[in-house]
Write a protein that binds this ligand. Structure first.
Ligand SMILES: Nc1ncnc2c1ncn2[C@@H]1O[C@H](COP(=O)(O)OP(=O)(O)OP(=O)(O)O)[C@@H](O)[C@H]1O
Ligand SMILES: [Mg+2]
Length: 502
């Protein structure tokens, strides 16, 4: 094999933050090279430098031993480097083939040659065995298919170095496997794949070599087969990581009970249809499903942010169908939504203030004249920072300057600090590194241990399997499959996530 890319002493700063520090990396032609590391380690930044999205502060890049300098992605694309970003950049109102050729449309005289465009895209899809209808509007297809459109875009531009930044975070297990088969095809045709992921099982499965980043530095590049998943996790975190081990607890009475819950979506069409289920004390119920099958509407309705249009919800023995968010909270409900950093934090406020946000009125914090007791707030904040291992300079530091993982801890510390009988948590570890996963999983299991009821909503099937006592698969607003953890067969669940009942 020959070297296709070499990065030498690459550095990139954002203000005072050194995102990428003096990195050397060599990528071989035709390999699948994974890049792993903690949140904020510099993976995305390093790849964006290679893709011309950011300018290097210092260092050099070589492509097939020739020095290159990219001032925009256009330069990278011309050099056959392509990148699939985590947030797709497609146009919903265009068809699949229109999106693929966008900006490089085949022409016949002066006009867009649609026939040729369709033909070219169809051929590419066929060559890589991607089953996608090229005439569908992109806004109407699943996330998994949209990702294929992004890949077709790269192939249409003849990329032979393909960078994927956490491509499987949004996929079902079957879709991820299909993606890995496409990786193999790339390899067969001597294309090079660079793969960023927090899912170490996948990294083990697909990589030839693995590079580990920490704190802006590239620690080392390994041959994949020389390391186990546990060793990879240890390298990332700098210490041993314990696997999530499910615990048995006594399961008690129902804390949450829904009967024929029907909930309308934003377009006034039902997104949840007659859903009935229970979550009991000491139990974790996992809702598996591809994002967009009614989970967010369900969460919002249970938390009180969205109206329940018909059916009933009983919470802690009371009819909560029409209760406000506040009433539900006072009855012991905690909801930690998926995008907790954006909705749950005030980035410019201090860690201390964020930790008490929303509880200022609680007795504990109220002194004479109902003023907030400064010292108790302070003590509470110090204690949270310690017990949740929030890495910061002081509790006065602005939350917005923390790394993603530490911001999440602030939200979790705040929400878990009260009297909780029911926790609803959505995509708890999407994009979270191994240390963060270990931490969040432990907190969820602690909740169960202390008799809380947990509703876990996650598109990550491995996570659902690791934590849940019972699993419900949601598809198009309904539970189409349910199983206890003892009888769970991951293949069946994966199929149900795609709407296939077995
Ligand atoms: N555009 C930016 N402006 C300022 N700081 C940035 C910017 N992009 C990244 N950073 C900072 O650079 C560091 C590296 O971030 P980067 O996004 O590359 O990490 P990552 O390894 O991809 O993390 P994750 O696994 O969470 O995606 C972080 O401290 C981050 O806060
Ligand atoms: Mg990243």
């Amino acid at each position: 094999m020959s070297e296709i890319i070499r990065l030498e002493s690459i550095t990139k700063k954002f203000g005072k933050v050194i995102a990428v520090n003096n990195v050397n990396l060599s990528i071989e032609n035709g390999e699948i090279h994974s890049i792993i590391g903690e949140n904020g380690a510099g993976k995305t930044t390093l790849m964006r430098l290679l893709y011309g999205m950011y300018k290097l502060d210092s260092g050099s890049m070589f492509l097939r031993n020739e020095s290159v300098r990219f001032s925009s992605p256009k330069d990278a694309i011309e050099n056959k480097i392509g990148m699939v970003h985590q947030n797709f950049m497609l146009i919903d109102d265009f068809t699949v083939y229109e999106n693929v050729v966008l900006g490089l449309e085949p022409r016949k005289f002066l006009s867009f040659d649609r026939t040729l465009a369709r033909e070219k895209v169809r051929k590419l899809a066929e060559e890589y065995e991607m089953e996608v209808d090229i005439d569908w509007l992109v806004g109407k297809i699943s996330v998994g298919l949209q990702q294929k459109v992004e890949i077709l875009k790269l192939l249409y531009r003849n990329s032979n170095i393909l960078i994927f930044d956490e491509p499987t975070a949004v996929l079902t297990p079957q879709e991820s496997d299909a993606l890995f088969q496409i990786f193999q095809k790339f390899k067969d045709s001597e294309k090079t794949v660079i793969f960023i992921s927090h899912k170490l099982k996948e990294v083990k499965k697909v990589s030839d070599r693995v590079s580990i980043m920490r704190n802006g530095n590239l620690l080392k590049t390994f041959i994949n087969k020389n390391l186990s998943e546990e060793q990879l996790a240890e390298m990332i975190a700098g210490r041993k990581i314990s696997k999530t081990i499910p615990i048995r607890t006594k399961i008690g009475k129902a804390i949450l009970k829904t009967e024929n819950l029907t909930i309308l979506g934003n377009k006034r069409i039902p997104k949840v249809k007659k859903m009935s289920f229970e979550v009991k004390s000491g139990e974790i119920v996992g809702i598996a499903g591809v994002v967009g099958n009614g989970q967010s509407e369900l969460e919002e309705a249970i938390s009180g942010m969205r109206k329940i249009s018909s059916g009933k919800m009983i919470f802690n023995g009371k009819d909560a169908t029409r209760m406000s968010v506040r009433e539900r909270r006072e009855l012991g409900m905690v909801y930690i939504p998926e995008d907790r950093i954006r909705t749950g934090l005030a980035p410019l406020a201090s860690i201390r203030d964020n930790l008490v946000m929303g509880h200022q009125n609680e007795k504990f914090f109220l002194g004479s004249l109902e003023f907030i007791k400064r010292s108790s707030v302070r003590a509470f904040a110090e204690e949270s920072v310690k017990s949740y291992e929030i890495v910061c300079k002081s509790i006065e530091e602005q939350v917005g300057t923390l790394s993603g993982g530490n911001m999440q801890k602030v939200v979790i510390a705040r929400e878990f600090s009260q009297n909780v009988s029911f926790l609803m948590i959505s995509q708890p570890t999407r994009g979270v590194d191994v240390r963060g996963i270990e931490f969040i999983h432990k907190k969820i299991l602690d909740m169960k241990k202390s008799g809380g009821a947990v509703l876990l909503i996650s598109a990550d099937l491995d996570e659902i399997l690791a934590l849940s006592d019972r699993i419900l698969v949601m598809y198009e607003g309904q539970i189409i499959y349910s199983t206890s953890i003892q009888d769970a067969v991951s293949k069946k669940i994966g199929l149900a996530m795609l709407g296939i009942r077995s």
